[in-house]
Design a protein around this ligand. Sequence first.
Ligand code: PLP
Length: 357
Amino acid sequence: MSRFLSARFAGLEAYTPGEQPQDMQYVKLNTNESPYPPSPEVFARINGDEIGKLQLYPDPEGKILRQKLADLYGVMAENIFLSNGSDDILNFAFMAFCDETHGAMFPEISYGFYSVYADLYGVQAKQVPLQADFTISAADYCKNEAMVVIANPNAPTGLELPQNDIEKIIQSNPNHVVIIDEAYIDFGGTSCVDLIHKYDNLLVVQTFSKSRSMAGARLGFAIASKGIIEDLNKIKYSTNPYNINRITLAAGEAAVDSNDYYMENCKKIAATRERTTKELREIGFMVLDSVANFIFAKSDAISGADLYAGLKKKGVLVRYFGKEKIKDFVRITIGTDEQMDVLLEKTKELLAEGGKA
Ligand SMILES: *Cc1c(COP(=O)(O)O)cnc(C)c1O
């Protein structure tokens, strides 16, 4: 830290992203990226013509992409907000809808960035414990005086909160924004996008990073009532109106045009997830019922820390959080069937070696 940093950030604990080794030496199952490449349409679109336009600023409104997303999700373009990854949108939402008197509430075990944003803006954060079975109890989030943030399916559990529970939460907090972070919705969950027609306090956040194989391009979008989208735009235009670059906008348009390709990939990933879950259970693992592109698993035969370290030594990267309530678990991204074969093989080796890293 330099002596110049504002005192208000002195105690801030920044988010720690999963490891991103750049040399491809690992079977990388630690940050929930898609194992499948972008669609052929994206490859075709990012060509010399597109690069030739790089001296010009991109469209700050992203008009073409917003209209394509509006058509895909059955809403109006005025209901769509675009940003530089969905992290950017969550950041804007905390900035826009919280302050000293309007706090935020979210599950204690969830996406780690929520508490970082709360700290960044000096917002009071109520972190609600999960039930013993790692599910979210909707009643905990009803009639509270705070912005609610729920990842559905939740991360890192992969468990889904039923639609009627989500609706109850939205209904019971009419004076606060309810954010449903649907980063993993395409892998088997039910989206609550349609509820934006009924509730003006619902903000649905999605991303091209997971199901649309574009984590490296940084593109997220939100769907909400016109008023909420206007508020987010106010913040965006007060920080960085050109926060989505030209190449990413073009890739995003081509990705929506080839939506079927990505939804097929999601089906493949869901099938691989079911098979991997079954095989891990057969060798004694407890695996939560995930509807996402990752699974959360633990074994009595090996600690979470040893499984993470042992797999890493054998060339397989998974995510270990080490937080007290989930310290026995690792989160494993669903890759290709071949990648999961390697994971299963290396896991069996570790168990045979006595479960110590
Ligand atoms: C990955 C993830 C995000 C962020 O994705 P971006 O790459 O910033 O679009 C947001 N929320 C959850 C729950 C995630 O897992």
